[in-house]
Design a protein around this ligand. Structure first.
Ligand code: C5P
Length: 262
């Protein structure tokens, strides 16, 4: 199964309910909402939940990053799961293997559907993160989540192509089911490991501000290059009319994935 034909159990809106089982085969033209992750980059769980519930009709996945997790901890993950989201815990783990395994185990047990581990940590830490995440979910009786390897951060944008290729291969070989990469890196990444799910941040609506995203891309551009799951944050949450902005993004994804030839 290729990355573009699968989303993890983190894929809301595939006809499958949250926590409903193993990797879900998604037909081409599957629900656009399942391909959109809302980046809840807030320092307060009340505000994060308000945004999540407000935009629930447009996003099947809620992303909890370092800021929100530092502020609110595991309860916000649980609350988002209970609200019906697949939760993407984006902590970019990068500690020694034992610590990474134990942290990933906790996050798997509380219902993370996706978890990031940084590929720069090397094969032992990556494999430990994968193992811990899967163990944690299994022990809690939850379906298998999707471990993601973070490849090259925007802040390392001048990393040479061979670094990207090596990190994608590392993620695949360590058992990651997907990777996080910028849209311009997708062709190379998919060439190295076409079976991996591709998660792409830095999404901007056409004509909207780029904020601090050096390697921004529109939803349609990212999908055309092979993105599976799009991470969308400020282009919606800082828009003058967030619902209209979210609807535009959803419509663009639907058009790109449900049109002829897809
Ligand atoms: O769309 P916006 O720029 O607001 O989204 C930023 C989100 O994407 C943050 O949660 C950030 O952690 C994540 N991210 C990123 N660039 C990367 C990897 C992740 O912006 N290379």
């Amino acid at each position: 199964m290729s990355g573009s034909e699968q989303l993890g159990h983190g894929s809301g809106g595939t006809g499958a309910e949250p926590g409903d089982g193993n990797m879900v085969r998604r037909s081409r033209g599957g629900d656009a909402r399942a391909r959109l992750a809302l980046a809840l980059d807030f320092d307060d769980s009340v505000e994060a939940m308000r945004w999540a519930l407000r935009l629930k009709g447009y996003f099947g996945v809620a992303k909890v990053g370092l800021e929100l997790f530092s502020a609110a901890g595991p309860p916000v993950v649980t609350e988002l799961v209970e609200a019906g989201f697949k939760v993407f815990v984006d902590l970019k783990l990068a500690d020694i293997p034992t610590t990474t395994r134990k942290a990933a185990r906790v996050l798997g047990a509380i219902g993370a559907s996706y978890l990031t581990v940084h590929t720069c940590t090397g094969p032992a830490t990556l494999a430990a993160g994968v193992e811990g995440l899967l163990q944690g979910a299994a022990r809690a009786g939850l379906p298998a989540p999707v471990p993601l390897g973070v490849t090259v951060l925007t802040s390392e944008a001048d990393a040479p192509a061979d670094v990207l290729a090596a990190r994608v291969a590392l993620a695949r070989d360590a058992g990651c089911r997907g990777i996080v990469c910028a849209a311009p890196d997708l062709p190379l990444a998919r060439g190295v490991a076409p079976e991996l799910l591709t998660v792409v941040p830095g999404i901007r609506r056409a004509g909207a501000g780029r904020h601090d995203q050096a390697r921004a891309s529109t939803p349609a551009e990212a999908l055309a290059r092979g993105a599976d799951l799009l991470v969308v944050g400020r282009t919606v949450t800082e828009a003058a009319d967030p619902e209209t902005a979210a609807a535009e993004v959803l419509e663009e994804v639907a058009a790109a994935t449900e049109g002829p030839g897809r």
